[in-house]
Design a protein around this ligand. Structure first.
Ligand code: 6PG
Length: 238
């Protein structure tokens, strides 16, 4: 069972980022109080980056927070296009995380070499014994992709594997590694964050329950909560 989508609309992207960071810090602190640890899945993209930057200000015990990624551009370590690089620049280099709790997807010059299938498989093995994520942050593309699950792609049809290699991706770079929709749905809370009028059509269709093969973001739901965090433009209110 997953939760029906709910929408929260903010006056601007800045407001969206600041309020989402505050909300995220509260949920992570609650999980830490209950279990001693918390987990969050990070995303790339402009809105994702803005939320990470806003999160620097949160007063959180970073030492017991496990950090994962929903998708990664399969590029060399430190490449400015990698979602890991963005997260380090915007947040992780500025807060006292435990390095062993930061779990990036492998780069293309890492231990699996230029083999995205091996990188995806290794990430699936890593996730095998991980309890459901507390929060999975996601961005949304104009055509409805989320993480690196694109419309009518092999990844959107994947039901067996937790993590897949993505090739011929329509948004550059073409090779990526991504959680699949069933893995995303094994999160307590899924938060889809997006801003701008270009996203409004996809957002409206996904929230209304479009078919996930056409609009993968429609299939991104959490067990407890499915939240769309939008600015007025993405909500179609401008
Ligand atoms: C990526 C992202 C991707 C992104 C969306 C939204 O690697 O490209 O993970 O899923 O979040 O494309 O990006 P914007 O917020 O920049 O529109």
């Amino acid at each position: 069972m997953t939760a029906e989508p709910r929408t929260v609309v903010f006056a601007s992207q800045d407001e969206l980022a600041a309020q989402t960071a505050t909300r995220l810090a509260a949920v992570l602190a609650e999980a830490q109080a209950a279990r001693g640890t918390a987990s969050v899945v990070l995303t790339g993209g402009r809105t994702g980056g803005a939320v990470l930057a806003a999160l620097r200000e949160a007063s959180l015990d970073w030492s017991t927070i496990d950090i994962y990624w929903g998708d990664e551009r399969f590029l060399p370590g430190g490449d400015p296009e990698r979602n890991e690089t963005l997260a380090r620049q915007e947040l992780l280099d500025h807060v006292p995380v435990s390095p062993e709790r930061v779990h990036p997807m492998a780069p293309s010059d890492g231990e699996f070499g230029d083999d995205p299938d091996a990188a995806a498989e290794a990430y699936a093995v890593l996730l095998k014994d991980v309890p459901p994520f507390d929060v999975c942050l996601l961005g949304v593309g104009e055509e409805g992709h989320t993480a690196s699950v694109f419309p009518h792609s092999p990844a959107v049809e994947e039901t067996a594997r937790a993590v897949v290699a993505v090739r011929d991706c329509p948004k550059p770079p073409p090779t990526r590694v991504s959680l699949t929709l069933p893995t995303i749905r094994n999160s307590q809370r899924v938060w889809l964050m997006t801003a701008g009028a270009a996203k409004a059509e996809a957002v409206a269709a996904a929230v209304a329950g479009a078919a996930e093969a056409e609009l993968p973001a429609a299939g991104a739901r959490g067990r407890q909560e499915t939240l769309w965090l939008l600015d007025t433009a993405a909500a179609g209110e401008d």
